[in-house]
Design a protein around this ligand. Structure first.
Ligand code: AMP
Ligand code: ZN
Length: 489
């Protein structure tokens, strides 16, 4: 077995990785703040986590993954106040959208999705320990802060060299300066605005709410123990979020909090980071409505190494749509083939070796994708030779399933039978409901208008309507059963 290597932000080098117990990888990945639907920049990071999870399992290890949902913070509280809601009323529908989008993108379920607001007890306990040890203090404003000067390891992850460490200068907001390290809030004294939206809890050191960093430390240790194998997130979390998580956790336990720290680079748009704050975001829903399938987005994201920045471009996405179409065609050919050639087994063995080697080398997804496409191309050539070697065919199928089991870039079809009066999913074929198949209701209405136009023998209008539907990424097929609307996802 090739050794598995990962870049560790802590050491700034690629290191051999194996779980501490040799069997199960304990992995914590920072999740979304649920005040607005996650954008595809966030999902680039979550897809990187998904790739890591699947690659670790391919390597033969079990994975226990925890991904938190931040359901109390400044932004959520402000949103709740503006809308005269409770924080739960803000976060519940957004959490649902997150899981919906995540499943649409085929991101495998983590073992745990803990919410901050249901783990207040654990957080209060962690603050109590830090106060007892004298690394935290209660300030005049009633909040509890972590004293960074009392934790000698402070700065080891982000290598605070040029940044000033301003111990004693306090910062209370969740969203603060990226340049200065300051004493950060573990527990924020309750304000009337927090009480009004249901964001305040009792604690021995005063009523209040947890700071953002505290949440991740408390929940990670609850589900995974005091030392994790991997802690991951986007590159912007290195400082202050992860630096502060290390400080809190290690000051409390005296143990290494996470052996590996793995960070994914940003998705950019026109050269700047995609972010809610800049208003340059694209959501999963937007992509669905533009006919970009989950398979195509996965292919697009995995075509760049996770430690390189990537730009969302129309041409790039188009190329991915075309690439996954070829994967789909090949999958069908492989499924209906009755035999292969002896060389197919050789092609499969080489592809598997290249694929595994790529993923073991710091999750080199672009090379893994290349190995899969070379396999598709070479196997297509072998299938053209119409052999009858069934074992070689079985081998090709196994290797294809293994590769697609990690990348998951095979398009799946959703099909609907449309008549003037009704629309029915094709039960044998459909994997998405009409609501999920982005813009399908819009397309169905156009197709029903097209059927009426045809009844009236207005063929020009009928063709125009068909063209409109097809331009949004749907296929339209007239079959003996009627008109079929098809979308790949
Ligand atoms: P948030 O909901 O803001 O807490 O972010 C959730 C995750 O998305 C974090 O791991 C961030 O680092 C990550 N993230 C935010 N913006 C981007 C982006 N443009 N590209 C990649 N990851 C991002
Ligand atoms: Zn976190």
């Amino acid at each position: 077995m090739t050794s598995f290597r990962l870049y560790n932000t802590l050491s700034r080098t690629v290191e051999p990785f194996a779980p501490a117990d040799g069997k199960t990888v304990r992995m914590y990945t920072c999740g979304p703040t649920v005040y607005d639907p996650a954008h595809i920049g966030n999902f680039r990071t979550f897809l990187f986590n998904d790739l890591m999870r699947r690659a670790l399992r391919l390597q033969g290890w079990d994975v226990v993954q925890v991904q938190n949902l931040t359901d109390v913070d400044d932004k959520i509280i402000n949103r709740a106040r503006d809308r005269r809601m409770t924080i739960a009323q803000v976060t519940e529908p957004i959490t649902e959208i997150f899981h919906h989008d995540r499943r649409y993108l085929r991101i495998q379920d983590a073992e745990f999705y803990p919410q901050a607001t249901t783990h207040i007890t654990e957080m209060v306990e962690l603050v109590r320990v830090l106060l007892d040890k004298g690394v935290a203090y209660k300030a005049d404003d009633g909040s509890v802060y972590f004293a960074i000067s009392r934790f000698p390891g402070y700065g080891k992850l982000s290598r605070l060299d040029r940044r000033e460490i301003r111990s004693g200068a306090r910062v209370a907001q969740d969203d603060y300066s990226k340049e200065n390290a300051q004493d950060f809030a573990l527990w924020k004294a309750a304000k009337p605005e927090d009480e009004a939206v249901g964001a305040a809890w009792d604690a021995p050191f005063g009523r209040g709410r947890p700071g953002w960093h505290l949440e991740c430390s408390a929940m990670a240790m609850k589900y995974l123990g005091e030392t994790l194998d991997i802690h991951g997130g986007g590159i912007d979390l290195v400082f202050p979020h992860h630096e502060d998580e290390i400080a809190q956790s290690e000051a409390a336990t005296g143990k290494v909090f996470s052996r590996f720290w793995c960070h994914g680079e940003f998705l950019q748009i026109d050269g700047t980071k995609m972010s809610k704050r800049l208003g340059n975001i694209t959501t999963v829903k937007d992509l669905r409505e533009r006919g970009v399938s989950a398979a195509a987005l996965r292919h697009f994201v995995f075509s760049t190494h996770y430690r390189k920045q990537m730009n969302l471009s129309g041409e790039g996405v188009e190329a991915s749509i075309e690439a996954v179409r070829r994967v789909g065609e090949f999958a069908y050919r492989l499924e209906v083939a009755t035999g292969g050639t002896a060389d197919m087994a050789v092609v499969a063995a080489e592809a598997e070796a290249a694929f595994r080697a790529a993923l073991s080398d710091d999750l080199n997804a672009p090379e893994a994708v290349a190995a899969m496409f070379s396999f598709v191309q070479r196997s297509n050539a072998e299938l053209d030779r119409r052999g009858n070697d069934r074992e070689a065919l079985a081998e090709a199928r196994r290797v294809f399933a293994l590769m697609d089991g990690v990348l998951d870039i095979q398009p799946k079809a959703a099909r609907f039978l449309v008549s003037i009066e009704r629309v029915t999913p094709d039960p044998a074929e459909s994997t998405l409901s009409i609501d999920e198949a982005g813009n399908a209701l819009w397309a169905v209405e156009r197709l029903q208008a097209r059927l009426k136009a045809r009844q009236e023998r207005d063929f020009a209008r009928s063709d125009a309507l068909r063209g409109e539907v097809e331009s949004r990424g749907f296929a339209v097929k007239d079959t003996p059963q009627g008109t079929v609307l098809e979308r790949f996802h």
